[in-house]
Design a protein around this ligand. Structure first.
Ligand code: SF4
Length: 383
């Protein structure tokens, strides 16, 4: 397998921040593979700030694609045909010209192994009809292209125009006989920046091209807030949060603009699963407040597969993971298992995907109507 980017030397690798050295990491929507890092697109709110990688503007490879795929499929969290995979979603854009060959190499390698896992590929870059042809050559992996579109026109915050992603979404959705799915990944929605009635109406029109749309807010973490302050950018909020921020009134306005839509979702996994005609792989069905905008047929599909696991079953699955051996099942409801004893979040995501059921950490409770979201901007916030 050919690698077009030069590989980092072992000295350069050793100088990377520790989190950046972990090329496989479990995040909420899937096991994420990131052996290429660096991006010149300069979105001010980029998650690279939190990995100590902001200054890395040129994509670099930490290992070959073959080595990276091996590391992924042999990872303790990887389950063939089950674990959703995310490709280059943390440190680069998968369709930058220098990254594109790596993206296809990984997809084709996974596909050649006969794996039927979901693979989520998030991009804001230009895509072309020849990309559709190549993606259509994949027979096994279930690919979803998620087009990051915000409509933000402040060039200090988002120098690379959202119109490119909009155009890519249209091109890739129009391809005849395509096997992959397309999602309008409408984010980050920020009050006062990209939530005017015109912004919402434009997003609604764009959503008609996609198989599904998901809307979400901004990850406003400490490192990102610091960058905004140092660079004199207008700060969207006066505090930071560990979850994404979607204020209540903004959500209401989105729902009312999309009243005529039957493919709008609050959760990425719901949009991806719907687009492939499958029940939500994150098991959100047990949280009814998330499902009130879902098409009835999809609601039925998720309902028919929804199964509340027993504590014994949860422990059985956890036993396969060394980093889950302190797990305690605190409570099980119709919607989620509440657990304690996990040092970090990754094993919890593994359990969630293995069980197809929500697994929450007792230290981070979800509030009514704010599942997975920060309290900022909600009237009844209690913490
Ligand atoms: S029914 Fe609920 S869990 Fe299933 S896709 Fe719809 S919103 Fe998601």
């Amino acid at each position: 397998m050919r690698t077009s980017l030069p590989l980092l030397t072992s000295e350069q690798l050793a100088r990377l921040p520790e989190r950046a050295r972990n090329v496989v990491e479990y995040r909420k929507s899937g096991l994420s593979l990131n052996h290429v890092q660096g991006c010149p697109l300069d979105c001010a709110y980029c998650i690279r700030h939190t990995y100590g990688l902001w200054d890395q503007r040129v994509p670099r490879a930490l290992m070959t694609d073959a080595e990276a795929v091996d590391e992924l499929v042999n990872h303790r969290y990887f389950q063939p045909h089950i674990t959703p995979v995310q490709l280059f979603n943390r440190a680069t854009d998968p369709f930058l010209p220098a990254v594109r060959p790596h993206t296809f190499a990984v997809l084709e390698d996974l596909d050649a192994r006969g794996l039927r896992n979901h693979v989520l590929v998030i991009t804001r870059h230009q895509m072309k009809t020849e990309d559709a042809v190549r993606l259509n050559g994949l027979r096994n992996v279930k690919v979803t292209l998620l087009f990051t579109y915000s409509g933000i026109d402040n060039k200090d915050i988002e120098p690379y125009p959202s119109t490119v992603a909009a155009q890519s979404l249209k091109i890739m959705s129009a391809a005849v006989g395509r096997r992959y799915r397309t999602v309008l990944y409408w984010r980050p929605l920020v009050p006062g920046l990209n939530d005017s009635p015109e912004h919402l109406a434009t997003a609604y029109e764009l959503s008609k091209y996609a198989d599904a749309t998901v809307f979400t807010g901004l990850f406003y973490r400490d490192e990102i807030a610091e960058y905004y302050q140092v660079n004199g950018l207008p700060e969207p909020y006066d505090e930071t949060a560990r979850r994404k921020i979607v204020p209540e009134t903004l959500e209401e306005r989105v729902l009312s603009t999309f009243a005529g839509s039957s493919s709008l979702f609050r959760k990425t996994s719901c949009a991806v699963s719907f687009a492939h005609g499958e029940p939500d792989y994150n098991g959100h069905y047990g949280i009814p407040e998330l499902c009130d905008i879902c098409p009835l047929a999809q609601l039925d599909l998720c309902g028919s597969r929804h199964q509340v696991p027993t504590a014994r079953r949860i422990q059985e699955v956890a036993r396969t993971l060394p980093d889950a051996n302190g797990l305690v099942v605190v409570d099980i409801t119709e919607g989620a298992a509440v657990v304690s004893g996990l040092k970090e979040e990754q094993p919890r995501y593994y359990l969630q995907h293995a069980l197809g059921f929500q697994v929450h950490d007792v230290r981070h409770p979800h509030r009514d109507r704010r599942h997975g979201r920060a309290d900022i901007g909600w009237k009844e916030a209690t913490s």
